[in-house]
Ligand binder design. Structure first.
Ligand code: ZN
Length: 311
């Protein structure tokens, strides 16, 4: 008999919280979502998470849980490290012991994992990357997240940190498109859905252009929009080339809201990546399969569940 057959899972995003109970097959029940309440600071957020999850722990007699959250964070020590997208107004929270605080309130052990790492674990467990030992997942949303599993093991960076692939420099000559990290020419500054749209908004002189408008323009065959997606696909190819050279994933899974527009860039990414890798296809073929995640927005939740079930 399994030691734990279901667990509490929490996905803490910058704007919304998802909570649910997930069994060992990855089936979700009692799913609930709420906007993140930042009005009462870190303590208020902890209260909100406890209010949402306490009834689930009691109802299902849960004995473990995990939180997937956007970094920077330390999963080993269970700390949020001054999170950039969780703060009230301009006030940063500093180092916040979220694992200690939630575990104490719920009276069960709760773990913490980076959301991109959680998404990689979810894809490898029951998603598009199951049966593969080497995979990369790239989340294309507000930011650009990267999660790597190499030889069956989740790759961590040093000092308990997570690989920050979004801040790989794609263009050191860039002077205009500034990344959220303060530097210019980062992969995230071009490839996150939010930045792609923001850059076009400036380029086209269209104030407050929305992502879905760019997608609609490209699907309607407008030349400017098609060119923008062609360039996007090529840049994504360069970004993936770096990951292939470092980690040799057999499969790359794209997820996040912007991956829904894959019909507009994926062919270009595939062909460009194939060109870049043409010298690396003899003996071992390094060209990975590119797939689109089937999870809607529950990859972080499922990854958190995987962490809790396998703790
Ligand atoms: Zn950056």
């Amino acid at each position: 008999m399994r030691r734990v057959d279901r667990a509490l899972a929490i996905d803490l995003g910058g704007t919304k919280i998802l909570v649910g109970v997930v069994n060992h097959r990855g089936q979700i029940s009692d799913l609930a979502r709420e906007s993140v309440d930042l009005s009462n600071g870190y303590k208020g957020l902890v209260r909100q998470m406890v209010r949402l999850t306490q009834p689930l722990v009691a109802k299902h007699k849960l004995r473990s849980g995990a939180v997937a959250a956007a970094g920077p964070l330390d999963p080993v020590r269970g700390l949020l490290l001054n999170p950039t997208n969780l703060k009230g107004g301009d006030k940063f929270w500093g180092v916040s012991p979220i694992v200690r605080d939630i575990s104490r309130a719920l009276k069960i052990p709760v773990r913490l994992e980076n959301d991109a790492a959680a998404a990689a674990l979810a894809e490898s467990w029951i998603g598009e990357a199951r049966r593969y030992k080497n995979l990369a997942i790239v989340t294309l949303g507000t930011g650009l997240g990267l999660g790597i599993i190499a030889n069956g093991t989740l790759v961590r960076a040093g000092q308990n940190l997570h690989t920050e692939g979004g801040h790989i420099t794609l263009n050191y000559l860039e002077k205009e498109w500034q990344c959220g990290c303060g530097n210019y020419g980062c992969a995230e500054a071009y490839l996150s859905g939010a930045n792609f749209t923001k850059n076009l908004s400036r380029l086209w002189g269209r104030h407050n252009l929305q992502g879905h408008e760019v997608v609609a323009a490209a699907r309607a065959g407008e030349a400017d929009a098609l060119r923008a997606f062609d360039e996007y696909g090529k840049k994504l190819g360069y970004f993936l080339y770096s990951q292939v050279m470092l980690f040799a994933p057999e499969v790359v899974v794209l997820s996040g809201g912007f991956s829904n527009a894959y019909d507009l860039f994926l062919k270009r990414t595939e062909s460009h990546l194939g060109n870049l890798l043409k010298m690396h296809r003899v003996g071992v073929d390094m060209l990975p399969k590119l797939k689109i995640s089937k999870f809607r927005d529950e990859a972080g939740l499922l990854g958190a569940a995987f962490v809790a079930l396998n703790a």
